[in-house]
Write a protein that binds this ligand. Structure first.
Ligand code: PGA
Length: 250
């Protein structure tokens, strides 16, 4: 069965609540395309107004992070049940900015992934190598280690429903996109890793995105690759260009 493309915006730390509503209203008609899943991953404070503004549209809302505990004395954190109750469907976990600036490691991410599934959220799990790792020739090894560690104890049925985003760190926010060949090579390696740890049916079902300077000009070629099931889009998700990315086929 063909995998449905999933194109997700990652707003990062941009947009105040009122700006967020304005952006959703601007983008709503531009991203109206039922052939792909369209997700807006937004800052926590924007979730409630964005869910409201997106009502009646094809836009699904995602969070950019969450904590693995249900509730309690974890000042400043947000739990999976809180996200679900607010209308969130997806959650980005393990973005390289979280791994780097906030020191999130694979052991922590494994807890977050399991909690997301338990709560009924779909994780968008990020992986990706540094430029140094790529130049050393260990990009694939590194990504395989991330995926295997982050998915310990996660079942094949769960993996089938999730999204894995391959985002080379050197391509994020730099304007440097991986070449189509580089992106496809690693997205295929992600799928092969899933086939190895689980089975071919799971690997055929999991959706693998490419992320890192995706824009209206390169989306069509990237998304045409056999193992690239869409994109995780940062900078270009804050502009009308996001509509062109979602409609990359037209
Ligand atoms: P970018 O960010 O599209 O601005 O490179 C992608 C991401 O970090 O998810």
């Amino acid at each position: 069965m063909a995998r449905k493309k999933i194109i997700a915006g990652n707003w990062k730390m941009n947009m105040t609540p009122s700006q967020a509503v304005e952006l959703v209203n601007t983008l709503k008609p531009l991203v109206a395309n039922d052939d792909v899943d369209v997700v807006f991953c937004v800052p926590a404070i924007d979730i409630v107004p964005v869910v409201e503004a997106a009502k009646g549209s094809n836009i699904q809302v995602g969070a950019e992070n969450m904590y693995f505990e249900e509730k309690g004395a974890y000042t400043g954190e947000i739990s999976a049940p809180m996200l679900v109750d607010a209308g969130v469907k997806y959650v980005i976990l393990g973005h390289s900015e979280r791994r780097d600036y906030f020191k999130e490691d694979d052991a922590l991410l494994n807890k977050k992934v399991k909690k997301a599934f338990e709560a009924g959220l779909t994780p968008i799990l990020c992986c990706g190598e540094t430029l140094e790792q790529r130049e050393m020739g260990i990009a694939v090894d590194f990504i395989r280690t991330q995926i295997k560690s982050d998915l310990v104890g996660v079942s094949a049925d769960q993996v089938k429903t999730m999204v894995i985003a391959y985002e080379p760190i050197w391509a994020i926010g730099t304007g440097k996109t991986a070449t189509t060949e580089q992106a496809e090579e690693i997205c295929k390696a992600v799928r092969d890793c899933i086939a190895e740890v689980y089975d071919q049916a799971t690997a055929d079902a999991v959706r693998v995105q490419y992320g890192g300077s995706v824009n209206a000009g390169n989306a069509a070629e990237l998304f045409a690759q056999p193992d690239i099931d869409g994109g995780l889009v940062g900078g270009a998700s804050l502009k009308p260009d996001f509509g062109d990315i979602v409609n990359y086929k037209k």
